[in-house]
Design a protein around this ligand. Structure first.
Ligand SMILES: [Zn+2]
Length: 186
């Protein structure tokens, strides 16, 4: 047992795509869960504007939070297309909080929608792995399988064409075209 019991309602744990943030206590809809924090980058300063990593959280045209710092546990929260939390962005305070938009049960993975820009740049090319997209893919696969089975059943029900044109194979009058007669054994 851990010596220090955490008051925080979450922990970092294994998720399908690596690590994720999971609820350890019930979290009520509307609750502020965690702050997404890190150094504030100013896009007007070239060295700060040049910083590139996948934990950048843009507040507005000028300010961006660099969430890649280790203490920022909110960086472990994965994207979902049907999330149970959202980012509450406060550009004037230069703060971002992650807030529950559903009642979250212990053991549930916490996630929020990263937004269309991130989705297009990082998730669409590799295929989104969120539970909602996995479910959609599974459904599509099942539908495709069912469709294939139906088509197969239809094909089997059709009477096979016998005789008529089917058996009228053209014969070559015994000649094997293309073979150099007599040279094979020479
Ligand atoms: Zn998705």
């Amino acid at each position: 047992m851990p010596v220090i019991s955490s008051q925080k309602p979450y922990r970092v744990g294994r998720s399908k795509t690596g690590l994720g943030l999971f609820a350890t206590k019930p979290i009520k809809k509307g609750t502020r869960i965690i702050r997404y924090f890190g150094p504030i980058l100013d896009s007007r300063i070239p060295e700060q504007d040049d910083i590139e990593n996948k934990y950048l959280f843009e507040l507005n045209g000028r300010w961006t939070i660099d969430g890649s710092v280790r203490k920022n546990l909110a960086r472990y929260i994965n994207h979902s297309c049907r999330p149970n939390a959202e980012s509450d962005v406060r550009p004037r305070e230069r703060k971002v909080f992650i807030r529950a938009i559903k009642n979250i049960e212990p053991g549930d993975e916490i996630n929020y929608d990263y937004g269309t820009d991130y989705f297009k740049a990082y998730l669409k090319p590799i295929g989104c792995k969120c539970a909602s997209c996995e479910k959609k893919r599974k459904k599509l696969r099942a539908e495709a399988r069912a469709e294939k089975a139906k088509a197969k059943a239809r094909a089997e029900r059709k009477p096979k064409k016998v005789g008529a044109k089917g058996s009228a194979k053209k014969k070559l009058n015994g000649h094997a075209y293309g073979k150099a007669n007599g040279r094979a054994r020479a």
